[in-house]
Design a protein around this ligand. Structure first.
Ligand code: AHR
Length: 512
């Protein structure tokens, strides 16, 4: 075929324009931020933490008597400062699986008189020198609300109610007086109480893995605990995927339960480098489904018998992701609980936090598991401590998150080049009516730079700040005694101009 030269040039020009347009279309992602029709509050309690009597999570982690790094309480000051810097809102305690054998009275009174006990769940011996009073003091130091999980395994309902009295009692009664005797006049006012932990797990030392049995026992525990303090909020064990557990549990307990408690850990898989993100997306979807499911329990409980002598639940049942984090067999130690988190773990952590923002209507509490050493955001040993990579999204998202959820519309979402099912960008946005600030949280999970163009309705300034977190590569990690691999920089950007997001980066765009 003989094509004249002019036609070839024209054809080339057309191809060039089309391919330029499609390249441009592929490269620029348009993000439109707007106010949702219905206002949704973002609860600060999604930035909680969790500690457990599990090897060096508490003793040797946040608490180490006799160490030059500890204060007069035995609190490791270096770890304390790092937890304070996270502005942790809730601190869940004392477990975890260990709650099935933990007796709180072992942990009160003069430290030298407290009994040392075998930790039947995780091994080792607990000297119980960090007990309820130390825990509450710790919560006060870091500014977190206490949240206690009671023992429904070897413990009794009466023991749980006595714990409520020890913490919250105001009268002239035995356990309230015991608290006074041990130095604290004012009640601790612990609001959040969980009825057990992962009770559905048959392999654990518990005995309540039949949902009907759990519901029956929970009623008994709840009655004695609520009769002790009717203002407490109760959490029951649920599962994002097992409705044959959730159905009977909630059919029975819905009049008195304030939160359903979920646990969700994600990890890397040797077969699929993007499994960690897929697992987070799966969880996101399940939260929407569980949120819809919970709608069947009306916010106002009708026909609650006055003979219970305490009030029913007030308000809708909410979801608490009581334990979440990253746990896989790339971690070392027994049960793979010793994790040196990589930068990829930080990208996954940031994606998880975006899920909690987006799910603000359903999820009103979430606790990263755990604070120190065991699956820890912080590593501590006798010589010092360090923030792991995952610490930084926890810190910065908390610092910038607003109190109202914003809607995010994305045009031209890029996918991770190697896996066209995983979105390269993970996004959420919030507004803070206290400082009039909009923040857009964007995780770039791809190995390529991505360009975004934002459209903000109702914002005043043309300038914006980009807080950008990066690390040398996805396997970079922090270690005690070494400089952090994480680089955090602030850049001025144009609110409505193109913003380049570095490969494998966590970004917060801040607009007034
Ligand atoms: O955080 C470690 C363990 O993970 C907790 O004890 C348990 O609740 C969960 O399975």
């Amino acid at each position: 075929m003989n094509i004249p030269f002019k036609k070839i040039v024209l054809l080339w020009a057309v191809i060039a324009v089309v391919s330029f347009q499609s390249t441009f279309a592929q490269e620029v992602t348009k993000i439109t931020i707007s106010k949702p029709e219905k206002a949704v509050e973002v609860s600060p309690n999604i930035y909680g933490q969790f500690i457990e009597y599990l090897r060096n999570s508490i003793t040797g982690g946040i608490f180490q008597e006799g160490s030059s790094l500890s204060d007069e309480n035995g609190f490791r000051t270096d770890v304390l400062e790092k937890l304070k810097a996270l502005t942790t809102t809730v601190l869940r305690y004392p477990g975890g699986t260990v709650t099935k054998i933990y007796h709180w009275e072992d942990g009160i009174g003069p430290r030298e008189e407290r009994p040392a006990r075998r930790n039947l769940i995780w091994g080792g011996v607990e000297d119980n020198h960090f007990g309820t009073d130390e825990y509450i003091k710790y919560c006060r130091e870091i500014g977190a609300e206490p949240y206690i999980v009671v023992n429904m395994g070897t413990g009794t309902a009466e023991e749980a109610a006595n714990w409520v009295e020890y913490c919250n009692g105001t009268g002239n009664t035995y356990y309230a007086n015991l608290r006074r005797k041990y130095g604290t006049e004012e009640p601790y006012n612990v609001k959040f109480w969980s009825l057990g932990n992962e009770e559905a797990a048959r392999e654990d030392a518990g005995r309540l893995y039949e949902p009907e049995k759990y519901a029956e026992e929970s009623w008994y525990f709840a009655k004695l605990m609520k009769l002790t303090d009717p203002t407490i909020k109760l959490f029951v064990v649920a599962d994002p995927f097992k409705f044959d557990w959730n159905d009977p549990v909630l059919a029975s307990l819905s009049p008195i339960v304030d939160y359903v408690s979920l646990h969700w850990y994600v990890g890397n898989s040797p077969d699929d480098p993007y499994a960690i993100y897929k697992n987070i997306t799966r969880f996101d979807t399940s939260l929407t489904e569980l949120g819809d499911y919970l709608q069947q329990f009306p916010a106002k409980v009708e026909n609650f018998s006055k003979w219970y002598r305490f009030p029913p639940r007030e308000g809708a049942i909410k979801i608490s992701v009581d334990e979440w984090g990253i746990w896989d067999n790339t971690c070392g130690g027994q049960y793979n609980l010793d994790c040196d988190y990589t930068w990829k773990s930080a990208l996954a952590t940031a994606s998880f936090l975006n899920v909690f923002h987006r799910q603000a209507e359903n999820v009103t509490m979430a606790n990263w598991a755990q604070s120190a050493n065991i699956l820890g955001a912080i590593l501590a040993n006798d010589r010092g401590s360090v923030e792991q990579t995952v610490y930084y999204p926890l810190q910065y998202f908390r610092q910038y998150v607003g109190n109202q959820l914003l809607e995010v519309d994305v045009e031209n979402m890029p996918f991770i080049a190697e896996d066209q099912t995983v979105e390269a960008l993970d996004i959420s946005a919030t507004y803070n009516n206290e400082n009039d600030e909009v923040c857009v949280f964007v995780v770039n999970r791809s190995y390529e730079e991505q360009t975004i163009n934002m459209d903000f309705a109702d914002t005043k300034t043309s300038a914006a700040t980009l807080v950008e977190m990066t690390a040398p590569n996805e396997n970079s990690r922090n270690a005690i005694g070494q400089e952090s691999v994480v680089s955090i920089i602030e850049k001025s950007v144009k609110k409505n101009g193109a913003i380049n997001l570095a490969p494998l980066s966590i970004n917060i765009v801040v607009v007034q």
